[in-house]
Design a protein around this ligand. Sequence first.
Ligand SMILES: [Fe+2]
Length: 337
Amino acid sequence: MARPHIEPFVDRDVPFKKLTLPGFRKGIHYKMLSLDRDTGACTMTVRFDAGFRQPPGFSYSEYEMLLMEGTLNVGDKVQRKGAYFFVPAGVHLPAVSTDEGALALVFYNFGPPSFQESDADHDQADRTKFKIINAYEDLDWITEARRTPGVAPGCCVKALAFDEKTGASTFLYCMVPGFWQDNISYHDCAEEAYHIWGTSFMMQFGDLPTGGYFWRPAYINHGCFKSDLGILAIGRTDGDLHNYFHHDPYSTPEENHERAAARLARQKPALYKWIMTSEHNHLPADFEHPSDVYDAPAYDSGIHMHEDGTAHRHAHTGAHSHLKPRAGAKAKPRSKP
Ligand SMILES: [Fe+2]
């Protein structure tokens, strides 16, 4: 994912904009938090107006949604604050509506936001990973660090989603009042997070309050941390997360790369040597995933999204398409190219 480093950013500082992308119904407003200009993948704060109505339908990209305020009627069930949706590409939701309005955080993981009206799943959709749970009520906090080395005591987690193929994960996390961690960290993967409530402080980027957000590419130093009154947040990674801890506030991303590679050479010398000496300047094949292990499970809809919420549609090579568009799915874009 090629999103730029965005940190810190606070969505309270910017106004909502009207979402006018093809297919979507009226009554959706958004704040763009981060955007991959190559794929259209993005994270947005989204407001559904009171009275919003949407027929059954699916997205051509996998998406996740956390309902932060209000209620959403999804089919015959009412989803409340804390509802977390994991919706694979092509899996349809029943009709969605809200009488009082709703505020949500929405992650389109591999492609631009899209909505195709349909009362059935796409032929190539995989419904087995679909879920709607209430992240606040249905799960217990994991109070022990899940990784070695792990975060300091007082940072608790609820696991929401895990991609076994890539190691990408989504989790709710909290810091208890008085939390602190006195080392510096970086990872081999990108990290993003949004503060649902509360303020934490970080040495490099200062205070991150309610509505605070970051998309942080790999190998960027972050920490030390503290939070006086505690926080509630949702976080995501785009790959397997290892905590590289250290105490050098001046190390660069290049030096952090070197240190990570040195660890790989120590711990998996045969793999390191094979990669380094076989002129592997291409992505290695994976016989278990013969298509392409790095391929995103999303259909390239040809919608090119701009940061201001407008979009246009154009022909693509289809190089990373998995789902094929349905007949009649070529909705005319409403916005200007
Ligand atoms: Fe981190």
